[in-house]
Design a protein around this ligand. Structure first.
Ligand code: SF4
Ligand code: SF4
Length: 434
């Protein structure tokens, strides 16, 4: 572990109340400051990696809310990921668990075709009525808890989505656009970074991105053979394996050589932007990565949005807000839609407990955070919730469903897509996904 970076913490404690686990547990060892003390103790060989220490480090969501508030600029995300990478394989009693997790994450996430097949089997499970039958019995209780939790998170799986040329709507427009101050003579060429789970669970988000960008005159491509970015791996301490995923993606995207690479998932975007710290040859690739909201906001396309009379709550995804520092862009984008009223909940920045696979591995804490989160916006009674990360959408959808609430959850791209359509959309036309 990088002792010098660990020493940048001045123990002021300003991060404590921003930390979701400290807010719930009120235990110093479950705060950013406490975890830094533990990591430093291990790095200086004053402490051993016991299962108790592991528990405190492992309960961190890697949400990076502590980074936003820290006056000393502590790179907490990098520190916890490094600590996980260097110490988790030595934790007594959890070596098998560590290895199983590694095999699961590398073998499944690294194979998009396998993921697509899993998606279709799950669709069959839902459509055949087997899901409702199983839910009525107690059979799921015989399976590991993480599998039971995963089942409750499943949205309705749509049919497989192949991004053919016609769906990509490749545009021949040639217009002048601004690229962060530099004039671009041609329409920007955009490549879509699809991610692993989103194309299976939320293909409508990438369709919305493609339609909005095509309407703006961009040429949008979805390079074949791209794979998962590896963000889930790096958050779990498997940096080497995550970088292997990046190397594979580098080959694919270097051939395409787009002007920008757009992502729709907060965790993917932050890792794709930061991976070049550990893989210098990925620098140009990383520099081209933009979240959808950044891309639309900074290229400042002159699109004519139609009225969308809706009251919408926008919720910050941690890896957009704290890791990528994207706060105003999605809000300003949504405010361009006439008649859309953006509601401000208390604590829009509080973590929902999703955090990659945290809601499967630490379900008790994730449930508490979800409950806390839903209470912050529910009294606003919104027509829709907008969030720029599919993992958060799954978690919040689960929380709403358990409370019998039917509020659609839409990515900002979907709201822009709805507003750009010719007909003015009414409430009853909203997708019913809850
Ligand atoms: S705010 Fe920063 S410097 Fe202060 S205790 Fe937290 S991590 Fe350390
Ligand atoms: S990353 Fe999030 S959960 Fe972890 S210490 Fe920082 S604020 Fe707390």
């Amino acid at each position: 572990m990088d002792l010098e970076k660990l020493k940048t913490c001045v123990h002021c404690g300003l991060c404590l109340e921003a930390c979701p686990t400290y807010r719930i547990l009120k235990n110093e060892a479950d705060s950013p400051r406490g975890r830094i003390v533990l990591m430093r103790g291990i790095a200086e060989n004053r402490m051993k990696m016991t299962s108790e220490v592991f528990g405190h480090l492992d309960s961190c969501l890697d949400c990076r809310a502590c980074e936003t508030i820290c006056p000393a600029g502590v790179s907490y995300g990098e520190l916890i990921e490094q600590a996980r990478m260097e110490t988790y394989s030595t934790v007594p009693g959890s070596i098998l668990n560590f290895k199983v997790k590694k095999i699961f994450l590398t073998q499944i996430l690294g194979h998009p075709t396998l993921l697509k097949w899993i998606g279709q089997l799950l669709r069959l499970y839902q459509k055949s009525g087997l899901q409702s039958m199983i839910q009525k019995t107690q059979i799921l209780k015989l399976f590991p808890e993480s599998l039971q939790k995963a089942e409750t998170l499943l949205p309705e799986i749509p049919p497989p989505s192949n991004l053919t040329k016609s769906k990509l709507g490749i545009s021949k427009h040639s217009a002048l656009h601004q690229n962060s101050g530099e004039t671009m003579k041609q329409s920007p060429r955009i490549s879509l970074f699809r991610g692993c789970a989103a194309p299976v669970l939320f293909p409508q988000i990438e369709q919305a991105v493609i339609q909005v960008l095509s309407a703006a005159g961009c040429e949008v491509r979805a390079p074949q053979n791209q794979i998962c970015c590896g963000a889930l791996l790096v958050h779990s301490g498997f940096q080497k394996e995550a970088l292997n995923f990046i190397k594979k993606n580098l080959e694919v995207f270097q051939k395409e050589n787009p002007d920008f690479i757009v992502t729709t998932a907060a965790g993917c975007g932050s890792w794709l932007k930061e991976c070049s710290k550990f893989l210098p040859e990925a620098k140009r690739f990383s520099e081209k990565i933009l979240d959808f909201s950044e891309l639309i906001h900074y290229l400042d396309f002159n699109l004519s949005y139609k009225p969308l009379p809706m009251r919408v709550v926008y919720l910050d995804a941690c890896h957009l807000l704290h890791a990528q520092k994207i706060k105003d862009e999605p809000r300003q984008l949504l405010q361009r839609i006439p008649e859309l009223k953006l509601l401000t909940p208390t604590h829009p920045d509080w973590c929902c407990g999703s955090a990659g696979i945290y809601n499967l591995t630490h379900s008790d804490m994730a449930e508490k955070l979800l409950d806390e989160k839903i209470k912050t916006f529910i009294e606003l009674n919104p027509d829709a919730i907008s969030v720029g990360n599919p993992g958060c959408a799954l978690q919040i959808r689960k929380g709403l469903k358990e409370r019998g609430l039917k509020i659609p959850i839409l990515h900002p791209a979907e709201l822009l897509q709805m507003s750009l359509r010719k007909e003015s959309l009414l409430h009853e036309k909203l997708p019913k996904r809850c």
